[in-house]
Design a protein around this ligand. Structure first.
Ligand SMILES: C=C(O[C@@H]1C=C(C(=O)O)C=C[C@H]1O)C(=O)O
Length: 257
């Protein structure tokens, strides 16, 4: 997939292959997070034990915002597949623009599910990854950096739904135009859903978690990640939100004729 070649990006098989690669990144980011306790203070707004300079929010929000500001100056958010958690805070790159060709509809940057992703990650995913529900103040920095990696990989995967939606629209423009004109949300959901692909993803994730999460020399067979939890995260969170992105993108698609 080459973002300078739109036809390579809007090839549905290329997109699916890219989503498969992202599974490995997400799994290993989850494994890295699993080494630490839940550390709820990292997510607490203005936690008393963490003094943040001129910032009203959590330690994670502060760290993520600061990281995004630097990454934006390195041109990260020029890339069509990157979506910031703090779009109002990012800066212009300090290196020349790459002027990527237009691939998605003009409104695509307005589709941003990162607040929802972050809330669900904190509330539902961290408790499934972490083995100890306590605060270990010496790990706050490590926890925040692991969370940033995990959130950025989840965000990229979920917002890839925009490329999926554009590819499906271009493959069947008449079908989707009718559904969009009729505001037939259920029809759009049915049209974008491929249960066979979803089942293959969940089956593969179960196997990957069983292999990646185990040290073959560990005689006790300790697992770094619980396969059932990884499947649950994808089945109940990642895939449904990806489809929400697809539907929201498609409902507005006729704005960009
Ligand atoms: C991503 C696609 O669209 C939908 C979402 C999927 C997902 O999030 O994994 C998988 C299949 C589809 O139901 C696709 O068709 O590949």
């Amino acid at each position: 997939m080459d973002f300078f070649k739109p036809e390579s990006v809007l090839n549905l098989q290329n997109i699916r292959d890219e989503l498969v690669k992202m599974e490995d990144t997400i799994i290993f980011n989850f494994i890295e997070r699993s080494h630490f306790a839940t550390c709820s203070s990292v997510y607490e707004r203005n936690a008393p034990e963490i003094k943040l300079p001129d910032f009203d929010g959590s330690f994670l929000d502060w760290a993520l915002m600061k990281m995004e500001v630097v990454h934006s100056q390195l041109r990260r958010f020029e890339s069509p597949d990157e979506t910031p958690f703090f779009p109002d805070k990012i800066l212009e790159p300090i290196i020349p623009s790459l002027n990527y060709p237009k691939i998605l509809a003009s409104y695509s940057n307005e589709i941003n599910y990162n607040d929802k992703i972050k809330q669900i990650y904190i509330k539902d995913i961290v408790p499934l990854l972490s083995k100890r529900d306590i605060n270990t103040w010496e790990n706050f920095g490590s926890v925040a950096t692991r969370d940033i990696e995990a959130l950025q990989s989840l965000s990229r995967r979920i917002h890839f739904g925009k490329f999926v939606a554009e590819a499906k629209f271009q493959n069947e423009p008449e079908k989707f135009t009718k559904l969009i004109q009729d505001k037939d949300v259920d029809g759009i959901v049915a049209a974008i859903t491929n249960s066979e692909v979803e089942e293959k993803i969940l089956h593969r994730l179960n196997i990957k978690a069983s292999v990646y999460g185990v040290d073959p020399t560990n005689e006790k067979g300790d697992r770094k990640i619980t396969p059932e939890y990884l499947v649950k995260i994808y089945e109940e969170i990642v895939i449904p939100i990806t489809k929400e992105v697809e539907v929201e993108y498609l409902l507005r698609r006729l704005e960009d004729s």
